[in-house]
Design a protein around this ligand. Sequence first.
Ligand code: AKB
Length: 321
Amino acid sequence: MESYTEKILITGALGQIGTELTNRLVEIHGADNVVASGLDKWQEGISSAGHYERLDVTNTKLVRQVIKDYEITTVYHLASLLSGTSEKQPLFAWKLNLEPLIDFCEMAKEGLIKKIFWPSSIAVFGKGIPKENVGQEVVLNPTTVYGISKMAGEKWCEYYFDKYGVDVRSIRYPGLISWKTPAGGGTTDYAVEIFYKAIEDGKYTSFISEDTAMPMLYMDDAIEATLKLMDAPKESLTVRSSYNLGGMSFTPKQLAEEIRKEIPGFEISYEPDFRQAIADSWPASIDDSTAKNDWKLSYNFGISEMTQDMIKNLRIKLGKN
Ligand code: AKB
């Protein structure tokens, strides 16, 4: 295996995944080897990374300059619009979710960078696909602009690998649940909001109907899976579009029952909005056996462990313990 000191750039570093991934990468590689970037102005404590760049990822010239200035070897390109927000700004979502990915692949092709991580999503599957245990190789049929952009991105990743040997790796994340940084603009976000409302108000109105099951993953497991995929030997990877990740599957009703074990009086009601149609087009559960075989994907959190950990940490964060 080639050995070199990794210099890492994270785009979308202030977002839900970015904040926690940055922390872990700093633990592993040291703050000086990690450059966080986002749209916010720099301020003290904005990120645990040793460096912060205010960066619009659609500004190719600036992105290339940052890559050169820091001699970046690895990019975790997380900046993206999620499913709900993408439906409100479809053309911008297409631009943001696709063009910078292709720019990074070009930079890898030119030898400027060595490795890229790019997140795809369960949104790639879409209508007419069986709901349960959806496999790695099913036909993709997304009906949302977010899903279409992720499907196209996967194909670009595969193309750059097949044609130019670009080492770009990807995961189809399910809904991600975490307490450190709120999610923003996704269809699975109800599974994060519900915890804030349960602790603050004892009740929650879900924008997803009670029996809609979706695949979900606790952030700790998502971060470990991402690092495992990035550390896996090249030869062990059989998927160069994006790997299925199943995590756990549950409905809002099942999650409410789990929360009631910790907060007995918790009440839930349902007022589905436009995101219900998006959820209806997504799988209820995912077969991730290829990731388990290829790079030993594993999980530590099921619905009970996740619920207990969320409530414990959010109570401290919100000063409600
Ligand atoms: C969303 O709901 O848009 C995301 C996703 C599943 O990709 N959490």
